[in-house]
Structure formats: C-alpha cells, structure tokens
Ligand binder design. Structure first.
Ligand SMILES: C[S@@+](CC[C@H](N)C(=O)[O-])C[C@H]1O[C@@H](n2cnc3c(N)ncnc32)[C@H](O)[C@@H]1O
Length: 270
C-alpha cells in the first residue's frame, strides 16, 4: 500500500481491505458525517438514526482493529449524539482517555430559543489500557495570568515538604478545551473551500502534534488514517509537518471525487 495520498473510495469497504492487508495505524483522526443532514453530495449525513448508530458501530469496530497496540482513535462528533458514540467506543473495548471540546474561538449566536452551540466534542480512546501516545510537552499553552508569575508560588509535596513552584518557560500543561477558530468570516477566506464542514488547519495540525508518535530525535512519525477525509485537512497538516522535517505517513479516504480533487489542489498549494 502506498501512503501519503488520498484514496477516492468508500471507507465501509476500504477499511476491511486495509485490515486484510494487515495494515495498522498509530492514529486514526477523523471527522465523520455527524448525521446532521449536511450535503456532502452523497446522502451520507442523512441516515435514519438507528442506521446511523449501526454504521457508526461497524466503523468504530473496524477502526479499533486497524490500530497498533499503542494506537489511538480520535473521533469528532456533535453534542446531540456524542453520548451514543461514547457508549459504542466503550462497548468496542476501547479505552477512554478524554472527551475533548473544540471550542469555537469565533463562535456567535443566531438564535434566542436556546443557547447556541459553540463547540464540537471529540472523543479520544486508546487501543491499550496502559500505553498510548500523548505529547504533553508539545501541547503546553501560555499561562493565563502573568501576575501569578511575578511572586514565588509555594506548595507542599507528597511528604509535606514546602517547595517553590517555578513556571515552565513553555507555558502550562493544556486542558481538554481546545480553542481554535472556525473557518467562518473573511479572515479565513483563503483557507476555506466549498466543503460544508471543513476543519481548520490550526486544529488538526496541533492534534497531529499531540497524538503522533515521535522518533528518537523528537520528530513526529507513524502511520495516520482519516477515513472521512473531506476537503483534505488531515493530509494538508501531515504534509505541512513533513515539510518541517517530520516523517508522518498518512492515508485519507473520501467517497466523493469532488472533495478528493479539492484536497489534491490544497496539497499542491503547500
Ligand atoms: C465531516 S466531513 C470531513 C471534513 C474534513 N475533516 C475536512 O476538514 O474537510 C465527512 C466526509 O466524509 C465523507 N464520507 C461519507 N461517507 C463516506 C464513506 N463511506 N467513505 C468515505 N468517505 C465518506 C463525506 O463525503 C464528507 O466529505
């Protein structure tokens, strides 16, 4: 199998073939249809709800079987249904690591009947209960309060000894709320394609840095799959990282030729 490319295929068929070939992925990072009736050109987002759940179960089980022993599955969803998907992942024998939130940095409200949703949840489950990849040091975020850093901060360690806390020059360890902009508005015109649910590069780029294994020189490596590749954000981010000296191998599967072409154009522009 050749990697670092887009496969114009149906994941419901192609994942089974990958399994037969014995290919295993270190990371499956994907943003599948949420069943919100978006028009991807194929009706895949408008299934009767029981069919959506049945198909999601089959897809998650295939993804589980395609992971390396230390691999992770990162699966985007929507607040309406994420609870069902979390149950499917537990039932599949995957191991819960975190329910994360992508909070829209530029979210706004259009409705007065309910609070607007300004986030999308994404679940992270690992294949193993004991070993997985999370590059915590690469994910540090700036400290919120600079005031706190001006005077010394003390704490008691496990033995009750008073210790002085010193700030990490790279910032604080990150939490599970990931604040990144959506591609709405003029500011993101250049990045945006016609795909109705394109994810921002800024978000996927950091998720790859968080969850890809690293080699002995600290470079990102591993084999990454996005079975619902859409406009190709995952492939674009892998190639951006590879141009910075990393060596991630990736595969993006997308049913619609139209979105494969959009993704290919994006790749050629990097
Ligand atoms: C939510 S979008 C992914 C968007 C993508 N993350 C991006 O940044 O552009 C889901 C994609 O899955 C595709 N899709 C739906 N069913 C599929 C299937 N069975 N196999 C492969 N792709 C499929 C849709 O055509 C759609 O482009």
């Amino acid at each position: 199998m050749e990697f670092n490319r887009i496969l114009n295929a149906d994941s419901d068929v192609c994942l089974k073939e990958l399994l037969v070939e014995g290919i295993k992925f270190d990371l499956i990072l994907t943003d599948p249809p949420y069943n919100l009736n978006k028009d991807f050109g194929n009706g895949s987002d408008s299934l009767p709800f029981p069919d959506f759940l049945e198909l999601t179960k089959k897809r998650i089980e295939l993804c589980r079987d395609l992971l390396t022993p230390t691999g992770s599955l990162v699966w985007f969803g929507i607040h309406n249904y994420i609870g069902f998907i979390q149950v499917i992942m537990y039932d599949a024998g995957l191991h819960y690591r975190r329910m994360n939130i992508w909070r829209y940095e530029n979210g706004f409200s259009r409705t007065k009947t309910v609070p607007s949703a300004q986030y999308e949840p994404f679940l992270w489950f690992s294949k193993s209960a004991k070993t997985w990849t999370y590059n915590a040091e690469d994910m540090r975020v700036p400290y919120k309060s600079k005031e706190r850093l001006k005077s010394p901060v003390f704490y008691n360690d496990k033995r009750g000894n008073k210790k002085e806390w010193t700030p990490n020059p790279n910032g604080a360890l990150r939490g599970d709320i990931w604040e990144y902009p959506t591609l709405a508005g003029n500011r993101y015109k250049v990045e945006r394609t016609d795909h109705p649910t394109q994810k921002p590069v800024s978000l996927f780029y950091d998720l790859l840095r968080a969850f890809c294994p690293k080699d002995s020189e600290g470079k990102y490596r591993g084999l990454v799959l996005d079975p619902f590749h859409g406009s190709g954000t995952l492939g674009v981010c892998c190639e951006m990282l590879n141009r910075e000296g990393n060596s991630i191998s990736w595969l993006g599967v997308e049913l619609e030729k139209r979105w494969c072409d959009v993704a290919q154009t994006r790749l050629e522009k990097i």
